[in-house]
Write a protein that binds this ligand. Structure first.
Ligand code: CA
Length: 204
């Protein structure tokens, strides 16, 4: 379960995100303006913040820089369609990624997972994923199977980590393309087949 804070003044976007992410089993807190967003971010210590840049009280960019002064929490900014300059400013100010309105929950959920995979976390136990004989360290990107280290390419690691972290769930090819290859709209799905067949060779 990921603890997500949504800071967004648009009620319909906020509610749709909250509903979609809650349905996926995430714990969601919401704020409708910058000040309450900031105080919730400090109070709730979320795993990730979704931050709208156009907020009624404080500009989202200021919220971001104030937050960065006190916290390394990963931040995905929510931007308007035609505002490249603000998006660039937000990334320069420490945002980890962005989504452009309008967006679906599926895309936001994929970006959250991608950002959290990259984010260094303080606790080491959180970095280790154990699945049968398979041990995956998401921080050092080391993998071993029954104690034997495995050498994987970057994409193989990302794919294995995605599948292992959602063991028991159905992971669609589209999700694999979105998360591992950053192709949310599908595309060269033969790539997925090839990587999956390589991974199947390690007998997990
Ligand atoms: Ca707004």
């Amino acid at each position: 379960m990921t603890r997500i804070l949504i800071v967004e003044d648009d009620l319909s976007i906020r509610n749709a995100l909250r509903r979609g992410l809650t349905e996926r089993g995430e714990a969601v807190a919401v704020a409708g303006d910058g000040m309450s967003g900031l105080s919730l971010a400090l109070q709730e210590d979320p795993d990730i913040v979704l931050l709208d840049l156009g907020l009624p009280d404080i500009d989202g960019l200021r919220v971001l820089s104030m937050l960065r002064g006190v916290s390394d929490v990963p931040v995905i900014v929510i931007t308007a369609q035609d505002d490249d300059r603000t998006t660039i400013k937000a990334l320069d100010a420490g945002a980890d990624d962005y989504v452009v309105k309008p967006f679906g929950t599926e895309q936001v959920a994929a970006r959250i997972r991608a950002v959290l995979r990259r984010a260094p976390r303080a606790g080491t136990e959180d970095d280790i994923l154990q699945l049968g004989g398979l041990t995956i360290n998401s921080r050092t990107r080391e993998v071993s199977c029954d104690g034997e280290p495995l050498v994987l390419t970057r994409k193989e690691f990302d794919l294995l980590f995605l599948l292992a972290s959602r063991a028991g769930d159905v992971v669609t090819k589209r999700e694999m393309l979105a998360e591992v290859w950053q192709q949310p709209f599908g595309g060269a799905d033969r790539t997925v087949d090839v990587h999956l067949s390589w991974l199947s060779l390690i007998h997990i």
